[in-house]
Ligand binder design. Sequence first.
Ligand SMILES: [Zn+2]
Length: 410
Amino acid sequence: MKPGSRPDDSFADTVGEIVAALDQDPVLVEEVMGNGHTEEIRQVLSEKAAASPIPVHVVLTAPPREITSTEANEELLSVLHGRVGVDGVWLVATTGGYGLEVRTYTDLVPDDEYDETRLSSAVNAALEDVQEATDRACDHCSASTPALEAAVTMDVLAAGIPEDWDVHPLTEEQIDGYATSTWWDSTSSHAEYVEPTDMPTSGTYAMVATVAAVCVTVVAYRLAQAVGGRRHGRLRGKPRPSLPTRAELSAQVISARADAAAAYRTLEKALGRTRARSDDATAWERRDIATACLERAESRVGADDLLEVVGALVLARTGSYALHHAHGQYRCCYVDPRHGEARQEAQLGGGLQVPVCRACATAIAKDRPLEPLLSEGRFGSLHPYYERSSVWSRTGFGSLGGDWWREVPR
Ligand SMILES: [Zn+2]
């Protein structure tokens, strides 16, 4: 315990104690999640919560005794929301989970089904900007802490949910304000790693389990394509009738380049600052994936074609995910990878499940228009990318699983 922090006996280590604490203050930050700057973080988050236009609850702690599921963040969030009984936005992270669980129990923007997805897309863009600023200040520091993500989420809520996918919501002053050690991961360190003596070659480790699991999905997908008599399954939801103008499309390419470049640099830095133990086969396997993704993203970041640029963005995120997780892979929204991580599945026309963001899942369920990523045909016609033949439609930008990056040419 550091001087100035609360003594052990006030640590809320049961659900009841957390609920009691939230009744007094909607922000609870325990030292285990405080980056070594617990008091400062608690104060900043409390001020943001107090000023928030939407009620916000923030809980950053160790999982209380009653929470036993492997998805500690999700479980704790549901339990706390139920017990406290206040809607709004809930942000929960524990040492037993990964990242920050964000859930909204309110309409962020009335009549906008994509509001939650736009929030997460804007937060992603902001975090990539902060990582870039962090990289300028420290070559081995990671700006990916739940405390930072909670602060940035509240900044986006305060500024208003952006209407477009490609908005960078923070001011330069805000970005620079987060590029300090208060918001960095103080536990990441080179000390626990050893420099490798022998580099295993790429592909030494077969990802048998992953491949077996995803083969089923991909085979099923291709079968249904064959049975359906067309190459690409259509989603039940219809594209929205108003297509973007040429100028809007160019603006999308420019904005996607910035996002892809930031995600690329984040991955490049992460690869540079982490080391795998020479005897840790899993870590090497994950590094192989990250390196393969980085190599394939490089030539695409500045491309003219929107699909190629979005491909670079997803490759970079896939690589970062591989480095930061011991298993599993990054799955983006099948409808438009710029919507961010897929949290649900939705059914295609042929009875197939594809991963989608929450907003797209709702749109498909209610047969409402989707906002798919569009690709431009030879004569300027625009179609959802998954209705055209390309490596991106075949792989769904990785949302269909498998070692999809191998199919992407270098
Ligand atoms: Zn989506």
